[in-house]
Write a protein that binds this ligand. Structure first.
Ligand code: AR6
Length: 172
């Protein structure tokens, strides 16, 4: 059973084995955390992403980390919020599950997630936090991952995640 830890800093600063990027289907960079990761990783990341051929919503693809201190970047594409009746919750769960599966297959022991879909894609923060915490806690059980960091920038995501962790009795 991996530990789940909450931390408030930029995801690119974390010295973990792998970080997750909240990408889009084209996988060619963008704003938000995607932009931060591409700027910090350098142009080699974009070159590698071009070869990946995009990524479906709910899926995840691995690249190298280039200039970042981690070893791998796992690019996942969260759902755009369209009112909640368009499979958004299942797709968000799938992002967390697929990213954890890819990290485990790489042999990663430490993994960091941003709050996928809660920025430009508009997923309600409290609902996204519950899905993140429940899915991560469940999916990490059958893996060799030791610590999963939930990384946030903003106060609202941080307190929503804290509340969700408390509810699942996972707050250390
Ligand atoms: N470290 C950790 N979290 C961050 C950072 C950072 N450096 N910067 C922002 N966040 P978003 P999405 C948080 O919009 O909603 C992009 O243009 C931010 O506060 O990055 O999945 C892509 O190319 C928010 O809570 O991702 C896609 O087109 C969270 O990261 C689209 O946005 C996610 O916000 C994806 O939208």
């Amino acid at each position: 059973m991996a530990n789940v830890e909450l931390t408030r800093q930029s995801i690119v600063e974390l010295e973990v084995d792998a970080i997750v990027n909240a990408a889009n289907r084209r996988m060619l960079g963008g704003g938000g955390v995607d932009g931060v990761i591409h700027r910090a990783a350098g142009p080699g990341l974009l070159e590698e992403c071009r070869l990946a051929g995009g990524c479906e919503t709910g899926d995840a693809k691995v690249t190298g980390a280039h200039d970042l201190p981690c070893r791998w970047i796992i690019h996942t594409v969260g759902p755009m919020w369209r009112g909640g009746d368009n499979g958004e919750a299942d797709l968000l769960q799938s992002c967390y599950r697929r990213s954890i599966a890819e990290a485990d297959a790489l042999g990663a022991k430490t993994l960091a997630f941003p709050a996928i879909s809660t920025g430009a894609y508009g997923f309600p923060v409290e609902a996204a936090a519950r899905i993140a915490v429940q899915t991560v806690a469940q999916a990490a059980q059958a893996t060799r991952l030791e610590t999963i960091f939930l990384v946030t920038f903003d106060k609202r995501n941080h307190s929503a995640l804290k509340q969700a962790l408390r509810r699942e009795e996972l707050l250390g």
